[in-house]
Design a protein. Structure first.
Length: 434
């Protein structure tokens, strides 16, 4: 039944995609982030829904009467440069076959990010993309929170199989990132029932992230919660909500959870933590020997660890977005990766400064602030996870860039109207003619 339902939804969306290509981006996010077909047990699990949606969306753009151009913004150029550099690192990769396979996957993610940036122009389109991200990740957060309450936190939360967020640490970080976005939607409605639903969703998502037993996620929640409080318009209300919700959530968690979190202080005795440090040293040593292009994708095997790791027998994934990019694409690749984050943060800061002074654009300032909070969670939690190519951060890059473009266009239009009004000839007063 689930397989049929997902298939019918995808097929039913095709006419809408041809009419408005933005729906192709929305459907792509739903399929690639939420992976609803992974919830089925039949043909839908292996059916190439994402490829179908991508092809239909590209066809819709080509057939659209509205001309779509590649947005030449600093952040889009940085993303294009990063993709090109990953292509170069693949040419010089230690394992070319595995690196090529991974490059294809990353190209699909960044390629559709470019498509999204091309078709996301209005406030309505920005909100559609945002809702697609929130619904796709919020589904697992709310579901996991309810499960945690029912089980008393005795079981870990895991993500959908075969995805970026399959592991407990990965799903936790993804859920952490969606909380500020839910908060933004919560602030945009006056309907009390929607506000209650937003509050409940944020609490359930936070509880779900804690129930993953991820130490990195717990750290990210702490840092992000403080920054979210600082960014919120009503700090007193939000502070009271935190003061009520946090102790309640901690009361649900069992003693094993506290033992897991407290093990951060004894990381030298933790095999997992030492394995990550070993992997970080490996990627750094590899980058020192191959500073331009690194080792390419697919470098986490005994042969590479034998050459570059302090402990060649302890083979781990990079477990850090920064060391992952450094080892795979060298110092230049890491610089481009960091540049994307910096430019996105700057886009959000610009929107906050410019939009908060205009009543009709204050929603954009609020959205940009929450994107910053979400990205902060990714930057902190990602320091301990191999999620450099996780698609959601790139969709946030798109939303931030599209929002800046919309705000800039709106302010420019208002300025032109003001100049036109000021330069228009004024009629003589009747008193002057008498």
């Amino acid at each position: 039944m689930r397989d049929i339902l997902v298939t019918l939804i995808v097929l039913a969306s095709i006419p809408y995609i041809f009419k408005q290509p933005i729906w192709g981006g929305v459907m792509w996010i739903w399929i690639s982030v939420m992976n609803p077909h992974a919830q089925g047990w039949g043909f839908a699990r292996t059916f190439p829904f994402a490829a179908l949606i991508a092809c239909v969306t590209l066809a819709a753009i080509l057939m659209s009467k509205e001309r779509q151009r590649f947005p030449t913004m600093p952040v889009s150029i940085a993303m294009l440069a990063f993709l090109g550099w990953m292509g170069l690192s693949t040419l010089f990769a230690i394992h070319p076959d595995g690196a090529t396979e991974q490059l294809i996957k990353v190209t699909k993610i960044l390629g559709m990010s470019f498509v999204l940036l091309m078709v996301t122009k209005s406030r309505r389109q920005i909100m559609l993309v945002l809702w697609a991200v929130v619904f796709s990740l919020g589904f697992y957060g709310v579901k996991g929170g309810i499960f945690t309450i029912r089980s008393g936190g005795s079981f870990r939360i895991w993500g959908p199989e075969g995805t970026f967020i399959e592991g407990n640490n990965e799903i936790a970080l993804a859920i952490v990132m969606v909380i500020p976005l839910i908060y933004f939607l919560y602030t945009q409605t006056e309907n009390k029932w929607w506000r209650y639903a937003g509050q409940a969703a944020m609490c359930l998502c936070a509880l779900s992230a804690l129930a993953s037993y991820s130490r990195g996620a717990a750290l990210a929640i702490g840092v992000m919660g403080a920054f979210l409080w600082f960014k919120s318009h009503n700090r007193l209300t939000f502070g009271l909500l935190l003061g009520f919700a946090v102790p309640l959530m901690l009361m649900i968690m069992p003693g094993e959870w506290f033992d897991r979190i407290n093990s951060i202080n004894d990381y030298k005795e933790d095999g997992s933590a030492m394995g990550r440090i070993n992997a970080w040293n490996m990627t750094f040593n590899l980058a020192k020997e191959r500073p331009l292009f690194g080792g390419g994708f697919d470098i986490y095997d005994p042969g590479v660890f034998l050459l570059y790791a302090p402990n060649p027998l302890d083979v781990h994934a990079a477990h850090s977005i920064y060391f992952q990019v450094l080892g795979e694409h060298g110092f230049v690749g890491l610089l481009l990766f960091a540049l994307i984050g910096f430019l996105t943060w700057r886009n959000c800061g610009w929107v906050v400064r410019q939009a908060k002074r205009v009543e009709e654009l204050r929603w954009a300032a609020s959205l940009a602030s929450m994107i910053q909070v979400s990205l902060l969670g990714f930057f902190v939690g990602g320091a301990f996870l191999s999620l450099a190519y996780f698609d959601v951060p790139y969709y946030l890059v798109v939303i931030a860039a599209a929002t800046r473009r919309l705000v800039s266009r709106t302010l420019r239009t208002r300025a032109e109207e003001a100049r036109a009004a000021a330069s228009a000839p004024q009629p003589f007063a009747e008193s002057a003619l008498s």
